[in-house]
Design a protein around this ligand. Structure first.
Ligand SMILES: [Zn+2]
Length: 281
């Protein structure tokens, strides 16, 4: 993997991961992945579809050509930025949410009614994401490029003050969120009950690549008890200076439960000086 320059290229159904990050279950796939320059991963369930090897594309599923969205993914693979280069980070284009309407219909969710009831904005997915380090489970943490940079600065500043911040969750796709609903529906939960704890696919702030769920060593993930930690006290005092704010404070107007762990990057106070610095970076 090419460290902090690694990027994840996003297409409607399939993600293009850089080589060296994803692990395979079987030996054959493990050998291929070890040599892969890029890996195609189905967003819906995380299945590994193909590995791009120096000698060509190796399918990892029987009917790769029939895979939904494969043409767009192969096109993106052919045109993706070369190693060591990446797009500018000021403006990251987003994907049109073309599949979202069908996904919501399949799940029995009325998107317009949900948006109206919660007042939440639709969150399109960025066309690409930057590697922002690892989360507490040693998984790759992907964020929009500016948020990834902001996150690294936040973690470093906290560390200088003796505070360890751990990422629990960063970017996730519409399809991934839909998968959460599918699994819960299969277990017999009702849509309304799931919507009480999970944002509807398309409306989670995590889709934007700007939200990070934060925890601290020894703390459970996504629990209100995080509020009582030194890490939370540090964030309350310092995070705004790094462009991060709490998205869902107590009694927020969206009717979302208090989430002291969920922080969103909005950019450094919006000065021209900062923007210039970002461009030069
Ligand atoms: Zn969150």
């Amino acid at each position: 993997m090419r460290g902090r320059d690694a990027i994840l290229v996003n297409t409607p159904d399939i993600e293009l991961w850089p080589g060296g990050i994803l692990r395979a279950r079987g030996n054959r796939d493990a050998r291929a992945l070890a040599r892969a320059r890029a890996v195609l991963r189905r967003k819906r369930d995380g299945a590994l579809l193909a590995a791009e090897l120096p000698e060509g594309l190796l399918p990892l599923v029987p009917r790769l050509a029939r895979e939904s969205g494969i043409d767009a993914a192969l096109d993106a693979l052919a045109h993706r930025p070369r190693a060591g280069t990446r797009p500018g980070i000021d403006v990251v284009p987003v994907l049109p949410p073309t599949r979202l309407h069908d996904r919501l219909a399949q799940l029995g969710i009325d998107g317009e009614a949900y948006a109206e009831a919660t007042g939440l904005p639709l969150q399109p997915e960025p066309a690409w994401l930057a590697f922002a380090g690892h989360d507490r489970y040693r998984r790759a943490l992907w964020l929009r490029a500016d948020a990834a940079r902001g996150w690294r600065h936040l973690v470093a500043a906290a560390a200088r003050d003796g505070v360890v911040l751990e990422a629990v969750s960063g970017y996730r796709s519409h399809d991934y969120q839909a998968g959460i609903f599918e699994r819960k529906l299969a277990r017999g939960l009702a849509v309304a009950d799931i919507l009480a704890v999970n944002a509807a696919p398309g409306w989670s702030e995590h889709h934007s690549g700007r939200a990070v769920d934060i925890s601290a060593p020894g703390q459970p993930p996504a629990e209100e008890s995080f509020e009582a930690t030194p890490a939370f006290a540090w964030l309350q005092a310092e995070a705004a200076g790094f462009g991060f704010s709490l998205s869902y404070p107590r009694d927020n107007p969206h009717g979302i439960v208090y989430e002291p762990w969920h922080w969103r990057y909005d950019g450094p106070a919006g000065t021209d000086c900062d923007r210039r610095r970002l461009r030069l970076h």
